[in-house]
Design a protein around this ligand. Structure first.
Ligand code: MLT
Ligand code: ZN
Length: 464
């Protein structure tokens, strides 16, 4: 906990009114989208400049105060939750786009730039920022970098990491580092930029990021396909990938569709109901591409892998089909889901899902289990919904027990216990299922280099 005198000192380091201690601010800024840990920060500070961030970090070192970075607070692993009297450092006021270079196709962003703002900026320049997910309207670039956010276009464009040309960071000891200087080619030793991507704020703060942009896609077209069982989805992926450059390949179960249709604001794709659905997207650059998509669809129907399907004919239809997938997370958040975000190599997905499904069916017979995710890149979201009658603590305790069996299976497949949501606090105790002891020791040693006093987001990724 910080003392009143320490907070008075902190107030002198930032603009007037930019340290908040009222309960509403502490509650709002002390948490992300997870509901497992109660927020309990001491204060929230809003720097406006890099120098102010440095001053805050020096103050924290001097007074041994833990800092928690806060962006759009849309995280799903409690990496931005301050549950132990930490000071939250919010980047809400460092939210400007500072520069654009059309030759480099790059944009210099402050960390608080909202993802959708960067996407819109790119579009206005006739370009494209391809990292996309349902929380793009609130998530911030700094947070995306902290988790190496993925989303729905990874199959074609990769994760956030692929789009970071350069970073300015303030390390846990208050030093300002300029990493990679936006170069495409740079063979001068360790690429420290990469260490800060996905570090969940445990090494320092990202205070500026140069993000790359891409050619804007043309005539994006989506198909939603009804499949009779899970095993049919992978041959469908394989068939379409053989003929088209897909920009997305997602899946969701019938239970997810039930929840989406119950909202009343998303049209059903077709009458047919099957246990699983695939959503794929491609650029219909010309008639030949659209023709190849339809021919592949017919082939999949002939093989019995697909029972019904629809292809978007307009932008409105494209948006409506995407809502079937994109609205799932927010729609089910009402039931306090326990979220698993696991991945294996694409070829192993069918066997892996069958094994996990068997565990879930035996250990969660009374719970609602929803599958969806980015199956084209091997990332499955397994969501267990809390029954209304069960207390939150009891529910999470039961999920923690089943987790052990789920994560043993992940380990057996050499998979990841967190594909894109990060480790934070929710997956911290399971890190050993995806990383060896030697690896974790290296990670801790790296942290000690950048954050010798352990003030940067302690207790995230690994326990203190
Ligand atoms: C998604 O794929 O919808 C996001 O990762 C969020 C979630 O898993 O709920
Ligand atoms: Zn996802």
């Amino acid at each position: 906990m910080t003392t009143a005198a320490q907070l008075d000192l902190l107030k002198t380091l930032v603009d007037p009114g930019k340290v908040l201690t009222d309960s509403a601010a502490l509650e709002t800024h002390g948490k992300d989208w997870t509901k497992q840990f109660a927020p309990a920060p001491s204060a929230v500070v809003f720097p406006k400049t890099v120098e102010q961030v440095q001053a805050i970090v020096r103050w924290a070192n001097q007074h041994k105060v833990a800092l928690v970075p806060s962006g759009g607070r849309t995280g799903l692993s409690a990496a931005a939750v301050a549950a132990n009297g930490e000071v939250v450092v919010s980047f809400d006021y460092m939210n400007q786009i500072l520069a654009f270079n059309e030759y480099d196709r790059s944009v210099v962003c402050q960390p608080g730039v909202v993802t959708a703002t960067l996407q819109q900026f790119a579009e206005d320049k006739g370009l494209y920022y391809p990292v996309d997910f349902a929380s793009a309207g609130s998530s911030q670039i700094g947070g995306n970098i902290g988790t190496n956010a993925g989303g729905i276009k990874v199959i074609r464009y990769g994760m956030t990491r692929n789009w970071v040309a350069g970073l300015k960071v303030v390390t846990g000891s208050g030093e300002l580092l300029e990493l990679n200087r936006d170069l495409i080619k740079n063979a001068t030793g360790y690429d420290l930029r990469q260490l800060f991507i996905g570090a969940e704020g445990t090494l320092g703060f990202v205070v500026e990021a140069t993000m790359r942009l891409e050619r804007a896609p043309k005539n994006l077209t989506a198909m939603v396909l009804a499949t009779p069982d899970f095993d049919s989805i992978m041959p469908v992926l394989h068939a379409f990938q053989g003929k088209l450059d897909l920009t997305a390949f997602e899946f969701f179960s019938d239970k997810c569709l039930d929840k989406i249709l119950a909202r009343g604001d998303v049209p059903a794709p077709f009458e047919t109901r099957t246990p699983y659905y695939a959503l794929l997207e491609f650029e219909a650059l010309n008639e030949d591409v659209a023709g190849a998509a339809l021919a592949t669809f017919e082939h999949c129907v002939e093989q019995g892998w697909v029972i019904d399907g629809v292809m978007s004919q307009s932008e409105q239809q494209l948006r409506n089909l995407w809502k079937l997938r994109e609205y799932i997370s927010e729609t089910i958040s009402h039931w306090i889901p326990y979220k698993n975000d696991i991945s294996v190599t694409v070829s192993q997905v069918p066997a892996f899902l069958r094994d996990i499904d068997a565990i879930v069916a035996s250990d969660y017979p009374d719970f609602d289990v929803l599958w969806y995710g980015h199956i084209g890149d091997g990332n499955l979201h397994l969501n267990i919904l809390k029954p209304e009658s069960l207390a939150k603590e009891e529910f999470f305790a039961r999920c923690a027990q089943v987790n052990l069996r789920v994560f043993e299976t992940v380990q057996r497949y050499n998979g990841s216990i967190s594909a894109e949501h990060g480790v934070g606090m929710t997956k911290r105790d399971y890190l050993g299922y995806s990383r060896s002891e030697a690896e974790i020791a290296c990670m801790k040693a790296i942290k000690a280099v950048f954050d010798p006093n352990g003030i940067m987001n302690p207790g995230k990724i690994f326990a203190v």
